[in-house]
Write a protein of this length. Structure first.
Length: 197
């Protein structure tokens, strides 16, 4: 039974810059740079027929490429921090892509996402870091900013339910149109389909 989510991949340059932030936070489990991504919609554990239905429905999305700007850092957790992340600036194209996926998945009878969508790249899960540890780390690195890049596709990822933070596998990739051709980071070989059955 696959555990699925949709997301956008990070450019190699941004991934390298984010990887340089690793360390200096006690009790953090850092995400491997090859697993950096921007989640669009967490789907969860589904059976194989539902996974195929989701993959087919997502293939009908027709949207433009999305400009991504990673700017600033933050943390999740009320009272006790559970993750630190890099902020992705919301823009219209990104929010509309995420909203369309939410509507498609609800039409497939999957439960609605209850949390407000906050685009971000998770950098580390906090096992035993305190609020003070996280505040110190954020103050030391808070001015983070990476050059903008264009996401020319979105991806249906799978992960093993027993492990948080990867490895994530690309099950399907869906192109987003780019005026004047595909971006430099585009990899046509990654468009191989996958049968969940």
């Amino acid at each position: 039974m696959p555990r699925l989510f949709t997301g956008l991949e990070i450019s190699a340059q941004t991934g390298l810059m984010l990887s340089l932030l690793r360390g200096g936070l006690r009790g953090a489990r850092w995400i491997d740079p090859e697993n950096y991504h921007i989640t669009l919609r967490f789907i969860g554990d589904v059976d194989d027929p539902t996974a195929d239905e989701i993959a087919d429905a997502l293939a009908r999305i027709r949207r433009d490429a999305v400009e991504i700007r990673v700017n600033g850092l933050g943390s999740f957790g009320n009272g006790k921090p559970h993750a630190v992340w890099a902020r992705v600036e919301p823009n219209r194209a990104l929010m509309e892509l995420q909203g369309e996926q939410e509507r498609i998945l609800q039409r497939l009878r999957l439960p609605a996402e209850r949390r407000k969508y906050i685009p971000h790249v998770t950098l580390a899960r906090c096992r035993s870091a305190t609020n003070q540890d996280v505040a110190r780390w954020l103050s030391e690195h808070g001015g983070f900013q990476a050059p903008a890049f264009t996401a020319a596709r979105f991806v249906l990822f799978s992960s093993r339910s027993s492990v948080g933070g990867g490895p994530y596998l690309v099950e399907e990739a869906y192109p987003l149109s780019v005026a004047g051709g595909l971006g430099d980071d585009f990899n046509a070989d990654a468009f191989a389909g996958h049968d969940f059955g």
